[in-house]
Design a protein around this ligand. Structure first.
Ligand code: UD1
Ligand code: CA
Length: 449
């Protein structure tokens, strides 16, 4: 029978090395907080319940955790006295009926589901403790796995390592699993005998080995084990994550003309046969249907885009945008909180906000929906087949009827009905020969400084 496991995620540390007012756990990769990457992956590996230990800036971290997994069990570590001390803060969770305890760190966000499944298998095959090890050319900062006769006998932290131990490139990935009935007694045996006076979870390996337990190291790919302690490591993890996401997208049929210049979020959904030109950024909440082209230098977040649309170059779609099929949104257009009906064209230099646009509408260059009156956001509605001439201001709240026509340069403040033609600008006056009179007058009165 398959063994059951309870994961405990440690997320109480201060994250001082980030030098940031934002808790480390809330820094993002692919638009998702680090802690949420960990919780989501563990959830997808089949964990029914997850325990998370919070401490430093607990409230904000708890909110983020609950957003990605509502039924998480939260435990508080009041003082941050080390990773073993943090696990003990979740002592009450050990009453759970699970066979094994999996311990993960909130700051190692690239852990993979397949690694979690392998760890479970190693325990099922007879190991009492599994630690994950990975090889990295520059191991500074990581605990080193000490091997003897093919077995792991201890983990030594960088700060306490000898010169020879520092040369070891086989590092502790942080992820660890233990048969539950050994855990409490091992944790209770850990003493803060190290340079930081902390209770190190890593000391469990030496104690277990001395007790004759079978500790096994499972080597995992470096890309799944990198930890984040500072902003440089955060950027490095983002590079790894983006590379992986691009690969997944391309293998699913998305055409990326310059993959290294396209940035995705954790929840970006793009259908096969979408073409993405160079230098495009996708924030969270984007969904794109087949046949659409996203042209270069576009910035898109919180938008759903239908089939066969053409967006950009240089388009900005902000949250709550619903673009239907065959729509064109061209250069230097900003769209926010708007529904754009199929076949509509918004090709140049336009701002559309708090607006509902029908089908086959033409929005001329330089059209602005004036949606903010200084106090509230106001709504604009534009009917099917309407033609909005260039350089029009639509002062919301306003409604423009089906098949209506707005003359260029208009400032529209009154509703326009179906099939109406509206002019909202000063009438042009031409005065024949008047330039000569004007010229004479101005040269006569000219003052030379
Ligand atoms: C830790 C490991 C190291 C490993 C590395 C992998 C220990 C002692 N060291 O080092 O061997 O190579 O991770 O990335 O375990 N935390 C708490 N409460 C505490 C202290 C830490 O919850 O009192 C949490 C942190 O929020 C973090 C995790 O535990 O998510 C690891 O702590 P951190 O201080 O980052 O450990 P490292 O120095 O990276
Ligand atoms: Ca760390």
């Amino acid at each position: 029978m398959l063994r059951t496991f309870l994961p405990i995620v440690l997320a109480a540390g201060e994250g001082r090395r980030m030098k940031s007012v934002l808790p480390k756990m809330l820094h993002k990769i692919g638009g998702l907080p680090l802690i949420c990457h960990v919780v989501r992956t563990i959830k997808s590996a089949g964990a029914e319940k997850i325990a998370v230990v919070v401490g430093s800036r607990a409230e904000a971290v708890t909110t983020a955790v609950k957003e990605c997994a509502a039924n998480t069990l939260i435990f508080h570590q009041k003082e941050q006295r080390g990773t073993a001390h943090a696990v003990l803060a979740a002592r009450a969770a050990l009453q759970n009926s699970a066979d094994d305890i999996l311990i993960a760190f909130g700051d190692t966000p690239l852990l993979a589901e397949k690694v979690l499944l392998k760890i479970q298998k190693v325990l099922a095959d007879g190991a009492d403790i599994v630690v994950t090890g990975f090889r990295i050319n520059q191991p500074a900062g990581y605990g080193r796995l000490i091997e003897e006769k093919g077995r792991i006998i201890a983990i030594v932290e960088e700060k306490d390592a000898s010169i020879d131990e520092k040369k070891i490139t086989f590092c502790n990935g942080g992820l660890m699993a233990i048969k539950k009935h050994y855990l409490l007694s091992l944790l209770n045996a850990i003493r803060p005998n190290n340079s930081r006076r902390e209770y190190y979870l890593t000391d469990i390996v030496k104690i277990a080995t001395q007790r004759g337990l079978y500790v096994k190291a499972l080597e995992v790919p470096m890309v799944n084990a990198v930890g984040i302690n500072n902003c440089a490591e955060l950027a490095n993890a983002e590079i790894i994550w983006q590379r992986d996401k691009r690969q997944t997208m391309m293998l699913a049929g998305v055409v990326l003309q310059a993959p290294e210049s396209v940035f995705f979020s954790y929840d970006t959904e793009i259908a096969a046969d979408v073409v993405i030109e160079p230098h495009v950024f996708f924030g969270p909440g984007v969904k794109i249907a087949a046949g659409t082209t996203i042209r270069a230098f576009s910035h898109i977040e919180g938008a759903s885009i239908g089939a066969n649309a053409e967006i950009g170059p240089y388009a900005r779609l902000r949250p709550d945008v619903d673009v239907h099929s065959n729509v064109k949104i061209g250069n230097f257009c900003e769209i926010k909180k708007a529904m754009i009906g199929s076949g509509t064209k918004i090709n140049h230099l336009t701002y559309i906000g708090n607006t509902e646009i029908g089908t086959h509408v033409n929005i001329g260059a330089g059209t602005i929906t004036c949606n903010y009156d200084g106090y509230n956001k106001q709504q604009t509605k534009i009917g099917d087949g309407a033609f909005i001439g260039s350089n029009t201001s639509l002062v919301a709240p306003i409604s423009i009827g089906n098949h209506s026509y707005i003359a260029s340069g208009s400032v529209i403040t009154k509703n326009v009905l179906d099939d109406e033609l509206a002019f909202g600008r000063a009438r042009q006056v031409n005065k024949p020969g008047q330039t000569r009179v004007l010229h004479k007058k101005t040269t006569k009165n000219k003052v030379t400084l």
